[in-house]
Design a protein around this ligand. Structure first.
Ligand code: AOF
Ligand code: ZN
Length: 364
């Protein structure tokens, strides 16, 4: 049936197409319908470029007068890099506006809907709202908490090991899982590892998908600035690299890193790399989401301080064993099970030969 959910569903599909490419903006789709005919469609494609509604209205032209528009996010009310969409909707003489969900951005936050209603245009909010929120869940989290959305990613064997006895970890999971990891790199603003991973694996941390992808900003936690200047992520300039250090790190090394055009040192005020200070600095730089590809030290720090929204655990049908090889959370441990950190499983998927488990902090 071509009802309001039908058209909103298509607007949501348009928004879904651009997940990961609009940072720091949300992904938004719009469909304009006149007398049961689609007369315009639009997707916001990149920050700084026109919003979804504007593109859909441009396409509709004169046909927008008296038409209805389906938008996956409340039309904006502010002059940002583009003029307000609420104004465009009013100027084009639309008769009805269907909105999936309000915009949590304090600059908008209900103001767009209010403005349009004030002009006598009927607005209905809440069509397929949960789907719309899911598309931009990282953006919603950031707007609510002013902290990046943190995803901890790990790959383990069925017996919970991240490495074999030698430290070797290539590859525990199948190619299909690794493809999914690259999709997640594309969908996060930044990716983080610790110095140990740089020293051991010398990773590039870029997005390598069959159709290409967007590289996240690379962040290395390196309290004493001990990673070598020839590390691949300091040599390769396909995305920015931020090296985060404590207050006592060597200033010559800091200057050397800052001299690399795509690299930058963030010196924190604490002796060690204080995660909250890092997340606040990221928020200041509009880095709204963080994909942590840690070893157990890094993951344990994020878990211990409860700075995570999701854990992605890829589990391979292998048994590695070994008393020396680690699990992904093992730094402190608890004496009794009753003291352990309570989380909950959100999803379990089969990916290739592996399982992917998505876990989240338990909501009390
Ligand atoms: C809309 N339609 O397609 C999008 C919206 O810097 P600007 O001007 O691009 O504004 C960015 C803000 O606008 C962003 O933080 C979010 O609140 C809203 N995004 N709004 O009406 C769109 N992408
Ligand atoms: Zn707008």
């Amino acid at each position: 049936m071509r009802d309001k959910e039908f058209f909103m569903h298509h607007a949501l599909e348009l928004a879904r197409l651009t997940i990961g490419q609009t940072r720091p903006n949300p992904s938004v789709g719009a469909v304009v319908v006149k007398d049961g005919r689609v007369v315009g469609t639009g997707t916001h494609m990149t920050a700084g470029e026109p919003h979804a509604e504007v593109l859909a209205l441009q396409q509709a032209g004169d046909k927008a007068r008296g038409a209805e528009i389906y938008v996956t996010l409340e039309p904006c009310a502010h002059y940002g890099s583009t003029p307000p969409c609420a104004k465009a909707i009013i100027d084009h003489g639309l008769e009805k506006v269907y909105v999936a969900t309000l915009d949590p951005n304090p600059k908008v936050a209900g103001g767009g809907v209010e403005w349009i209603r004030r002009e006598g245009i009927d607005v209905e909010v809440g069509i397929l709202e949960e789907e719309a929120k899911a598309i931009n869940h990282k953006f919603f989290h950031f707007m609510k908490t002013r902290k990046p959305y943190v995803t901890l990613k790990t790959a383990v064997s069925l017996d919970g090991k991240m490495t074999a006895n030698s430290g070797d970890s290539k590859w525990i999971t199948s190619e299909a899982s690794r493809h999914d990891v690259h999709l997640n790199r594309h969908q996060h603003d930044a990716i983080l590892v610790g110095r140990e991973t740089v020293l051991r694996d010398d990773p590039l941390l870029t997005t390598r998908l069959p159709h290409g992808g967007i590289n996240p900003t690379r962040i290395v936690l390196d309290t004493h600035l001990s990673i070598p200047l020839h590390a691949k992520l300091l040599q390769d300039d396909s995305s920015k690299t931020i090296v985060v250090c404590g207050k006592n790190a060597n200033t010559t090394k800091e200057n050397d890193i800052n001299a690399i055009s795509h690299a930058e040192v963030w010196r924190l005020e604490s002796e060690h790399t204080d995660l909250e200070a890092l997340l606040n600095r990221m928020a200041d730089e509009k880095l709204m989401s963080l994909y942590v590809e840690g070893g157990s030290t890094i993951h344990s720090a994020f878990i211990q301080e409860q700075w995570f929204s999701e854990i992605h655990l890829y589990m391979a049908p292998k048994l590695i064993g070994g008393a020396m090889s680690k699990g992904f959370y093992n730094q402190f441990g608890f004496d009794e099970v009753k003291d352990s950190i309570q989380i909950e499983f959100d999803q379990v998927q089969h990916i290739g030969d592996d399982l992917k488990i998505i876990a989240k902090p338990r909501v009390e």
